[in-house]
Design a protein around this ligand. Structure first.
Ligand code: 5AD
Ligand code: SF4
Length: 411
């Protein structure tokens, strides 16, 4: 069994420990030959892994996947453990065609690593230095996905606005990608608020197939906390950026990440986060309790001094506030008609579909003839905090695989 892992927050890692225990039992019972631990948790724990997880036979960090077949063969042949934690300055997994399971979306990593050094963040230590993929390569991967009938591409990077490759910056990449025949929807995640390129907004406004949704991680409101986090923007910078975004892209969906209880966060600091959430009114927000991560600047230089109960209190308060805001914003959507991309059966009621508007709002509706990857016009009838409820306003359209549809706003 191979476990691909995340280590960004303590809670992510806890899940992996539980799974590892279950796998170790299977291995002792002889029902499993070997256990492999891949990704950021393996990378982060590399020094203590042999001691803390003796039943792991194979461990590989995020830049070692090209060596996986060889490592697997060696473990199975010799029963000797195999480890590889080298981080690369150049590896982008270019030329490896991913297996795509989703009928509606192709995730495409356009860069790896991060040079930002936000003080709470483990990524620079597990993913290594930032490097960007060749744009031709990225576009070719998208072209293959679109040819197979996948209508949406989501470009992925730790900080997409620092993408650059031989004179192509992120806005230029999005501009080129949006011109790909047959690509109905283009998304990306996540940009960093500190260097949000104005040209990207202009490109987003110009292309009908670039989804009007931006995930813009705030992390904290107070300037002191932001400075300690090494985010290099202030609360006011963030508010100004939101204004510019909303002026250029009216109706844009805005979502965010917030960390509660970072080192030295006082009641006043926290109130500023509340104030910014109230002023921006994001469509939704992921709210996290700060957890100290190994190797990070915060671990080495700052004190994790907000009591756990206070962190939890703040998370609960922010979640409550955001739930109210999301609910109000969703109620405002009632009556609107949207093109919805069908994703998967609704978890609550599998006879209904869950789809998404370009603003990244989930919509639940009934359309027995529709399939994941179809577009359906849906009218919003009702609103919950997390999803909209709608009815089909027009029959679904399906683009047969391989038949490229030319997007209407191309030159
Ligand atoms: N503690 C809590 N949340 C964290 N995140 C990253 N590192 C930490 C940490 N140490 C959150 C940030 C980031 C999201 C992916 O995870 O909000 O945007
Ligand atoms: Fe982590 Fe900051 Fe890089 Fe995001 S931008 S991956 S939070 S260091």
């Amino acid at each position: 069994a191979l476990l691909n892992t995340c280590a960004i927050r303590e809670s992510a890692q806890e899940k992996v420990w539980q799974r590892l225990q279950a796998l170790a039992r299977l291995k002792t019972e002889g029902r499993l030959r070997a256990i492999g631990l891949l990704g950021c948790m393996a990378q982060s724990l590399r020094r203590s892994l042999a001691r803390r997880a003796p039943h792991v036979d194979l461990a590989a960090g995020p830049d070692s996947y090209r060596r996986l077949p060889r490592m697997l063969r060696s473990v199975l042949a010799t029963s000797e453990p195999s480890h590889d934690f080298s981080l690369s300055r150049t590896e982008t997994y270019s030329g490896i065609a991913p297996h795509r399971a989703s009928p509606f979306n192709a995730w495409i990593a356009i860069m790896r690593g991060c040079d930002n050094m936000c003080s709470f963040c483990l990524v620079p230590f597990t993913r290594g230095r930032e490097r960007s993929r060749d744009p031709d390569d990225v576009i070719e991967e998208a072209r293959i996905a679109v040819e197979r009938g996948i209508p949406q591409v989501t470009l992925l990077g730790q900080n997409v606005n620092s993408y650059h490759h031989d004179g192509t910056d992120f806005a230029a990449l999005v501009d080129r990608m949006a011109g790909l025949p047959g690509l109905r929807r283009l998304r990306f995640t996540s940009p960093h608020p500190k260097d949000f390129p104005p040209r990207l907004l202009e490109v987003m406004a110009r292309h009908g197939n670039v989804c009007k949704h931006i995930h813009l991680p705030l992390q904290a409101g107070s300037d002191g906390v932001l400075a300690r986090m090494n985010r290099t923007y202030t609360g006011d910078d963030f508010l100004r950026l939101v204004n510019t975004i909303r002026e250029t892209l009216p109706g844009v969906g805005l979502t965010t990440d917030v960390i509660c209880g970072f080192c030295g966060e006082s009641d006043d600091d926290f109130r500023r986060t509340v104030e910014i959430l109230e002023r921006v009114r994001f469509d939704s927000a992921f709210i996290f309790k700060y957890s100290q991560r190994p190797h990070t600047l915060a671990e080495r230089r700052l004190k994790d001094d907000v009591p756990d109960t206070l962190k939890t209190e703040r998370v609960v308060a922010l979640n409550e506030l955001q739930r109210m805001i999301s609910q109000e914003r969703n109620i405002n959507e009632i009556g609107n008609v949207y093109d919805v991309l069908v994703e998967e059966p609704s978890r609550k009621d599998p006879s209904q579909w869950l789809g998404r508007t370009e603003h990244n709002k989930g919509v639940v509706f009934s359309a027995p003839a529709a399939r994941p990857g179809d577009f359906v016009k849906v009218r919003v009838d009702d609103a919950g905090t997390n999803t909209l409820i709608g009815t089909v306003a027009e029959t679904p359209t399906r683009i047969p695989a391989g038949q490229a549809l030319v997007v209407s706003d191309l030159p």
